[in-house]
Write a protein that binds this ligand. Structure first.
Ligand code: GDU
Length: 289
């Protein structure tokens, strides 16, 4: 039976889509978010508790008020490039904060957590398809901050019986088809929104980051998964944990790579050639695949 789920970072892009899926499946949703990158108006399913995961007091108050049966944890800093220049922010906001959450879960006997992990824990791809047991060698602090959480979760299961589902996303894309929520970043860095901006905003000059990678067309390959498919996967994981499933980790992608140039071509087709792209040198810490 669906119970109460506390959704950390539920005012953000993936989190808000998952809140909708949880709520429609009967879960009683409460969002906990500091609104640093999330949006109040995207909290449409369940109420909002404004709080900071860096504050054990805020977390304790939320757990005492809600007494959640499960936690879904989306709150994180997610900019790979920034993680290279500001590693402390990533270990603090992604790793340390999750320790605060796990301490509260232990105190309140909350025994299930879904964790937003990332394919960045793998680093450079050694095989065409990345299976769950692919070697984990993150090449930036963002990936490392998430891998450390995966390891912490294993330890908390072993010691305290807190079961987890680590969901490692490839590139989330798209939006809720009814436009009840969507992708909105104050500082947009993602390829698809920026390529579209290049097509629709004459004042914006879109840049392809890297054209000399060892890939079929020289631009970076990514696996784009629709955010509604991600939401469905989170719901399946939440229900499975609620029914007693053991801890597990899953890679969430389509298994199909799309290059940056292919995305730009698709946008140009849509806009009849109106996406002038400039090329740039490959960014540090950006893997080709
Ligand atoms: O203006 C742009 C923006 C992006 N890119 C390129 O497009 C590809 C996709 O870039 P995104 O920023 O959309 O996504 P990333 O793969 O860089 O990052 C994604 O995967 C990361 C983990 O590797 C994090 O999880 C991050 O939040 C998530 O968006 C990359 O090769 C990037 O260099 C461009 O060429 N031009």
């Amino acid at each position: 039976m669906p119970g109460k789920v506390l959704v950390l970072g539920g005012a953000g892009y993936v989190g808000s889509h998952c809140c909708r899926a949880f709520s429609e499946a009967g879960w009683d949703v409460t969002v906990f978010d500091n609104l640093s990158t999330g949006w109040r108006d995207l909290v449409r399913w369940g109420k909002l508790i404004e709080g900071d995961l860096n504050s054990p007091g805020d977390i304790e108050a939320a757990f005492s008020a809600i007494k959640p049966d499960a936690v879904a944890h989306f709150a994180a800093s997610t900019l790979v490039g920034e993680s290279v220049t500001e590693p402390g922010k990533y270990y603090r906001n992604n790793t340390f904060t999750t320790l605060n959450v796990l301490d509260a879960m232990q105190r309140h006997n909350t025994r299930a957590i879904i964790f937003s992990s990332t394919c960045a824990i793998f680093g450079h791809a050694q095989t065409e398809f990345l299976a769950e047991d692919h070697p984990k060698n993150p090449i930036n602090p963002y990936g490392m901050s998430k891998l450390m959480v995966e390891q912490m979760l294993a330890g908390f299961d072993h010691a305290h019986g807190i079961r987890s589902a680590c969901l490692r996303y490839f590139n989330a894309a798209g939006a809720d088809r009814q436009a009840l929520t969507g992708e909105r970043h104050a500082c947009e860095t993602h390829l698809i929104p920026l390529a579209l901006k290049g097509a629709y905003d004459p004042g914006y000059s879109f840049t392809i980051t890297g054209t000399d990678f060892d890939t079929p067309d020289g631009t970076a390959l990514r696996d784009y998964i629709h955010v509604e498919d991600l939401a469905e996967a989170h719901l399946l994981a939440l229900n499975a944990l609620e029914q007693g499933a053991p801890s597990n980790a899953f890679n969430l992608g389509t298994g199909r790579g799309t290059s940056v140039a292919e995305i730009v071509d698709a946008v140009e087709r849509e806009r009849a050639g109106a996406c002038p792209a400039r090329s740039d040198r490959a960014a540090l810490a950006t893997p080709p695949v």
